[in-house]
Design a protein around this ligand. Sequence first.
Ligand code: IPT
Length: 975
Amino acid sequence: MTSDPLLALRPWEAPEVTSWGRLPMNAVDRRPGALPLDGDWRFQLLSAPDAPVGGAWSTARVPGVWTMQDTDDLPQYTNVRMPYAEFPPLSPAYRNPTGVYERTVDVPAEWAGRRIVLQVGAAESVLLVHVDGRPVGVSKDSHLAADFDLTPHVRPGERATVRLTVVKWSDASHIEDQDQWWHGGITRSVLLYATDPLHLADVTVRAAFSGELRVDCRVRDTGGALPEGWYVTGELDGGLIAQDTEFDRANVEDDRVSEFLGEVRLHTVVSDVRTWNAETPELYDLTVRLHRADGTVADTSCHRVGFRDVEIVGRNLLVNGERVFIRGVNRHDFHPLTGRAVSYDDMRADLVLLKRFGFNAIRTAHYPNDPGLLDIADDLGFYVVDEANIESHDHAHEIADDPRYLNAFVDRVSRMVLRDKNHPSVIIWSLGNESDYGANHDAAAGWARRHDPSRPIQYEGAAKLDWAATDDASDIACPMYAPLEDCVAHALSGEQTRPLIQCEYSHAMGNSNGTLADHWAAIESTPGLQGGFIWEFWDHGILQRVNDGRPVGRGGAGLYDNGVAAPGHRWAYGGDFGETIHDGAFIADGVVFPDRTPKPVMYEHREIAAPVRIECFKHEGIVLGNHQHFRGLDWLAGEWELSLAEGDTLTAPAELPDLRPGETAVVPLPFEVPRDGGEAWLTLRVTTARDEAWAPRGTVVCLPQVRLREASPLRWENRSGTVEVDADGLLVHPLLSAAPTLSLWRAPTDNDELGGMALRWRAWGLDALVRKAVSVREESGGRVSVVAEYAGTVGVVRHRQVLTPVEGGIRIDEEAELPEQFDDVARVGSVFETVPGLDLLEWFGQGPWESYPDRSGGAPVGHHRVPVDELFTPYLRPQESGGRHGVRHFTLSAPDATGLAIALDEPRQVSVTHYRSEDLTAVTHHDQLTPRAGCVVHLDAAHRGLGTASCGPDTFPSHLVTPGVHRWSWTLRVL
Ligand code: IPT
């Protein structure tokens, strides 16, 4: 039996114990003037918390997770299920990695007489603190800081040994069962700070849209009773703010005065206030000073203040009285080299990228983020749903009403509110994620409502069963992955009682996010719908060395580029660290790659969020509209581009009209459209007119587009000549290494796999169709007609190809008849391969980035030119990738400009890669792919939408490829 009381208490299996010796959370900023303790600490990894310390010390980096440093305890990924069988509140008794961090600290001599506090930014999942061998405290909640008063334990001018023991598995793990990697360690900064015994215990800022500012200050003295004569002053952007004497008088009258707790209010009304919103995030600097009777300053706290209101009126969430759209994303703390320890610069880079792609909201899935993230959100302009660190997914139902966990629920929600209440960016509190709904939630919601009546609360689990209810712990109906038609039906039902904002939707796993534009068309046109949060920002791929399977860790910068890991490395997902219990690639479901390279969906999102749009094209000109909530168009610059299918791209400067939000104006057509040139598209290239905090001048903001002239039908000039086919009826052509054949298969996307489609396609044998019963007939004028059967295991597709010599090449008319049993296939089209060397694709159609039938917005029609290598999107688990939607014609050429030219009868889905579908299907990671020398070209008469069926609704029926006759025609010429 240990004599250490912290160990004897066994806090890792006592859910009632949320902390011991920990100071109350508050919003006083202690970072300035603190002594940072980040860096290398002595480190030992024990097999269990009660195992003896006594082995050899190594070093570990703080902040950092040991699972990404040189230990044998590696990252493990599970989504819902716990990685071990013990039920709450237990954890594995004999295999519970426990990190012991130790270092000496020189306590500054000038801190004599001061109150000295240790702050541990975040440790997962239980933290025990000792100083010079004496117990100091315990804390739980892996994503909030713990402060401990060390004044009795250290002597200024002397050295102290600080030991932080971090236990990986605990009762708390059962409520930290989020869908992410399991790690262990200290993930945020550790520091020591000192205050006067007379100090600010908390500062609560309320800054309203009206300009009214109230700053409530709590004052304490560690010596006990407060000294006589103290007072507080405030300074807002240089102007002094006085104490509210009315508040003082009311406190006296209502007997709310205490000799141990001082409570005062600063009050002012700022005239002509510059208000805060996500578009124009105006901030003021507030300094709060606590003075002793003689006027000297005992304590100071600095805050950035944003004046804004948040309220729910009926079924609308209003910011400053406006029904703002929530263009959100769920963001985890993640980095491919450091796991869960993220730097300020990294967080800023995340948010800058989100701004550039039109996002205005973040849900801190599924726990409070580093306080720095909220500073950045205040500064750049984001609406934040701040989520408490509660997810009991695997044991949700047992825990939601378990009184042993009551304390933890209230502790986690209340401490988040106390920490983050002064951030204008935080507009909603979230009680956590996926934890069923029980009395523990109501208790936490009650605390938050009472303490901060200024913000709504949301919790998906509470509002899950009845979106129209009014008596649960959620002010917002915030479902996850709800079918769009259900959301629309609810909004039209007349029963809606609260805003509907999906907390998660459009699951971004692999090649996904189909129908995002349809969601937004509905949201923007249906009162009661206000947006949602895409799941999720990151693909959580950890950079891993292939040879020894270890995470690369901090030294790996430069070992990846453009979404791809360097040779000898890969992005690891679940199972790659030898875990037997894991959930595979479900962790790779973000809109950015692990190195923050945007996936193609980001470009569609940018367009969906466009602040200025082309409403339509009329005779008088182009109708432009301002789709922002607060801002004019003066921060934007524009340029017109006119793209002609059979011609060039012309440009002209654009003058954007002076429009307030919601207004439209007609601007004259900037071009005389040339008579020739065929199909014509007008694009407004909108960029930032000056530097923004998140983008330098000239950054593309959106590319709205309108068609000015329809395509004229393709002309086929038949010529007599010959078409050569082999004995199997396959085209023989000098630039093709494999002739065009029928394809009904794509390398299944994650949505195809997890949604069950790929299972059916394989069962039907679509991945290995057998070409047989070929009949070849030579017709007049050199024309050849080839009929073949493509047999699956349960059905046969009849395919006919008519090859006709035309001017400069061959015209190919194709027809495929899908039997009834093939009621939903991936594609119907031609596939062929070229000789090596044709490595540049130039096309007229949508681009330049990847697009699919149900994810094609934001890829403007025009002339595009991309090397074949760069067409392919390196989704972590290889799958169908690299498609381009709406292609009218293209060339594939070698550096000497020789090659192929192809024209299509209609805008079609085309892909050109160095991989066959079966190459992609055969491997699990991108590094296992070997590109083929030639190009694999798919021309699709029809291509299935992507949908989001890996977690959520599939694509719409209109984007399915269904039975019946499919026809398509194209010409093949030599350049
Ligand atoms: C939902 C979770 O909230 C989220 O953390 C993530 O797991 C997401 O799904 C899928 O990637 S829960 C799911 C079972 C609906």
